[in-house]
Write a protein that binds this ligand. Structure first.
Ligand code: HEC
Length: 178
């Protein structure tokens, strides 16, 4: 083996460079990172991208068949625990974070004068709150009314919803027969 001349040294540096470059290219071709279709982080309050829509949730059990045997007193206790941080229930009661709920069964959606309702709820202001409307709303508020301002996860138990609704009926003079 003869001595390494400057040309050979130069050539080997060049060859090393080519190998290095090719390796990088091959790496890129092999790994080709895929872009995420939607952001992983979902900032609360930001509109959820369509692609991130929740998987179909289970159907909400209707409250009608449970109402006859529901217990308004248990419902009042539940409402005291779950709803009264935001709602008042007495006639003419003040709005809190949420509107007063006296007479809510049979009263139109979003009908408390001066309360700052969400656009989603206001869009239904020509419709009265029926038993099943309240049932689906308190089971999963955000699912029932898109963009609702009621920051409440919902009541899973159909029996508990029936009890709360029986209580709301008991304080609603214009409630229709269930
Ligand atoms: C964290 C506060 C909060 C809690 C807890 C809460 N709500 Fe609400 N509620 C609201 C707000 C705010 C609105 C107005 C929603 C909108 O404008 O989209 C609302 C609206 C409503 C409405 C519609 C009233 C109308 O005038 O159209 C009903 C019915 C209701 N809530 C029932 C309940 C019941 C029953 C519970 C307990 C099981 C409950 N809420 C718990 C804040 C709350």
């Amino acid at each position: 083996m003869d001595s390494l001349g400057p040309t050979k040294i130069y050539a080997s540096i060049l060859a090393a460079g080519v190998v290095f470059g090719l390796t990088g290219l091959a790496g890129k071709l092999l790994v080709s990172p895929e872009r995420l279709h939607h952001p992983v982080l979902n900032i609360a309050g930001a509109a959820a991208p369509a692609a991130a829509a929740a998987p179909a949730a289970p159907a909400i059990e209707p409250v009608g068949p449970l109402l006859a045997a529901a217990n308004a007193q248990t419902g009042q206790a539940l409402a005291g625990r779950l709803c009264s941080s935001c709602h008042s229930f007495n006639e003419g009661g003040r709005a809190g974070v949420g509107p007063n709920l006296h007479g809510v069964v049979g009263r139109n959606h979003a009908s408390i004068e001066g309360f700052n309702y969400s656009a989603g709820l206001r869009a239904k202001s020509a419709e009265p709150w029926g038993y099943e409307d309240i049932n689906t709303f308190i089971a999963a508020p955000a699912r029932a009314i898109a963009g609702t301002r009621m920051a409440f996860a919902g009541i899973n138990s159909p029996q508990q919803r029936a009890d709360v609704i029986a209580y709301l009926r008991s304080i609603s003079p214009n409630a229709p027969a269930p």
